[in-house]
Structure formats: C-alpha cells, structure tokens
Write a protein that binds this ligand. Structure first.
Ligand code: A2P
Length: 339
C-alpha cells in the first residue's frame, strides 16, 4: 500500500513547492494531507488539477499518516516531529531543529543515502546552502580528499519564507515610486543591497547560518577532518542561492579533472564555457532541479586548490526537492516505519 503523506506547512514557500514536486515526480501515495496553522485551516491548495483542503496541524493529526514532510518552522518541528514519530509516522524535517541531533540522520540522497538506514523516526533535511555545496563537493572529496573549504554565499530571499519574498517586492515597488521603504523581516533594506547577516550572531562572531554550513558538512560527509569556513550573505534575488567556493585538496586535481568528475556526478550540470559567457546564474537555476557548477579554475596561490561557482534553486534542491528525494529513498529502501 502506498503511504499516506502529510505536508506540514503546506501554505508556506517550501510547503507549496513540496506539493508541486510530489506532483511532478509522480510520488507514490494513497492520500496527501496538507497541514498548516489554524489560520489556514479550510484554505485550498492546488494538487494534480484538484484542490486539497488544508487542515490544522494538531497533536492528533498523525493517526494513520505514514510519512510527514515538515516545513513549518523550527519551533513547530521541535514540538510536532516527536509526536508524529511516536504515532508511527516517519518525519522528514526541513527546519534546523533536528539536524545536529545524534539520533537523526542528516541526508543529501546523492551523498549519504546510507545514513537513512539508522533513522529512528525523524530525518533532517540539511540547510539549503549546505545541500548544494555537498552535491558539488562529494565527487571531489571521494577523488582527492578535501582538506579545507572557504565559501561565500549569495542567498535568495525565498529561503526566509513567503513574507521575505513579499518584503523584497514591496521595497522595490516603493523605491521605484519614490516612497520610503519598510524593513520588517530583515534588519535592513534588502532591495538593491547585500546583508552580511543570515540568522543570528553567535559568540564566535559567525552567524548561525555560517556555522550550519561548517557543522552540517562534517555530519553529512561523515568526515570530521574537513574544515569549512563560511561567509553568508543575503542578496536581493528571489530564487536561487549562488556560492563562491575555494577548495584545498590532498591530491592534485586540474580544472579539467574537476570538470570531468562533476559532469559524471548525479544531480550536477556543469555549465562552464567562459568563451560563450556561459556560467551558472540564479535566474536560470530558478525552478530547476540540478545543481549548476561553473567558473572552475585552479587556485594559483596554493599547490592543490580549485575555485568554482555553484548555483541551485534553494526552494527546490535546497528544500522541497531534497525532502521529497529523501522520502523516495525511504520508500525504495523499505524504511517508511518507525523502529
Ligand atoms: P500558516 O500559513 O497557516 O501560518 P513560510 O516558511 O513561507 O513562512 O511558511 C511557514 C509555514 O508553516 C506556513 O504553511 C505556516 O502556516 C506554517 N506554520 C507556521 N506556524 C505553524 C504552527 N504553529 N502550526 C502549523 N503550521 C505552522
């Protein structure tokens, strides 16, 4: 029997994309139940040419549900994921609440699908910036062992949620018509600006988003020897995160070696034709599933270094798609059950 699937946070930016991805990939289900807060109960969401009615997410929502895809914020996941798992429902959670918990696998299906084997009911979907970086780094790490990564991100507002998408739209409109802007979601104006702050600051001077990239990389790769240092920046782009990445490897790889490695790797499209001015761009990656890699070149200041530019749709591979791919892998491996 195909699973009964709940989409928790179905009215949000990621939840709506989850429904779209489930539809597009012909995901096997016997029922799809969209859930959100009491504010949205009764609202309709489109699915396969029909309309599904949103129900309120409560402690009793998970009876008879086999699989729940969560993207309803950290505190909602913290509260409801254990309740779901307790009633026998396997949770794939897109928030940061469970990512570093030792009981919860943190999975990018192209990189560490084997970690799903030890799940105990809650599986975490990594941070959006980490996911696309992992897809691109894994083949390089397998071939030449990565010692250190320096990453700077250029992150789209959709990663913050629906309200942030509206804030950028409104600020652009107001500025173009000579009105003062209102910043509500972000601490400063995001239109025509770059904010070197994503999430809150930690004691070490880094932001929480930056430390997510550091810590999640080690857990996903299963290799504590990989050192990552990150600067995360919010830019006035609606969809698609871009990343500038500098990698130092143990073994020497030429730029051509990296191009050929990545061309064969799952989930990656190499787009690297400087003579045609062709390289990955957020506006092209938006709405797509792949992680695009370009501007691949050797770092001439160290012995074994590579620079590259990685772009992917943060709402798809960075969130909804990766979550659905995890669910598909669970079904393939007959792991849709709480041990
Ligand atoms: P609602 O629309 O009813 O507030 P986004 O990331 O785009 O801001 O979306 C967040 C999603 O999480 C929305 O679907 C939102 O539903 C849902 N959500 C937020 N808080 C809760 C809650 N306490 N219980 C259930 N769903 C919630």
């Amino acid at each position: 029997k195909n699973p009964v699937v709940a989409v928790c946070g179905a009215t949000g930016a990621v939840g709506r994309e989850m429904l779209k991805v489930l539809e597009q990939r012909d995901f096997p289900y016997s029922e799809i139940i969209p859930m959100a807060s009491y504010r949205s109960a009764g609202k309709k969401v489109p699915f396969k040419g029909e309309e599904l009615t949103v129900v309120e997410l409560t402690e009793n929502s998970f009876e008879g549900v086999d699989l729940a895809l969560f993207s309803a914020g950290g505190s909602t996941s913290e509260k409801f994921a254990p309740i779901a798992a307790k009633s026998g429902c396997v949770v794939v959670d897109n928030s940061s609440a469970w990512r570093m918990n030792d009981e919860c696998p943190l999975v990018v299906p192209e990189v560490n699908p084997h970690d799903l084997d030890w799940h105990k009911g809650i599986i975490a979907n990594p941070n959006c910036s980490t996911i696309q970086m992992m897809v691109a780094l894994k083949p390089i790490h397998d071939e030449a062992k990565i010692k250190r990564v320096v990453v700077s991100t250029y992150q789209a507002v959709s990663g913050t949620g629906q309200k942030a998408i509206e804030e950028l739209e409104n600020q652009v409109r107001r500025l173009m018509s000579g009105q003062p802007v209102v910043a509500d979601v972000y601490p400063h104006q995001i239109a025509f600006n770059c904010l070197p702050q994503i999430d809150v600051f930690m004691d070490n001077g880094y932001t929480k988003e930056e430390m997510k990239m550091v810590n999640e990389t080690v857990k996903i790769m299963g290799d504590p020897s990989i050192k990552v240092t990150a600067t995360c920046v919010r830019v006035p782009v609606f969809y698609g995160h871009s990343e500038s990445i500098n990698i130092e490897t143990e073994e020497k790889l030429s730029a051509d070696d990296v191009r050929s490695l990545l061309s064969k790797a799952p989930g990656i499209i190499v787009e690297d034709y400087p003579e045609k001015k062709a390289y990955p761009m957020a506006i092209n990656a938006a709405g797509e599933d792949a992680t695009y890699v370009g501007r691949i070149r050797e770092d001439e200041t160290i012995a074994n270094g590579i620079n590259m530019w990685i772009v992917s749709d943060n709402i798809r591979k960075g969130a909804a798609l990766n979550t659905v791919q995890i669910a598909e892998t669970l079904i393939e491996r007959d792991l849709v059950r709480v041990p």
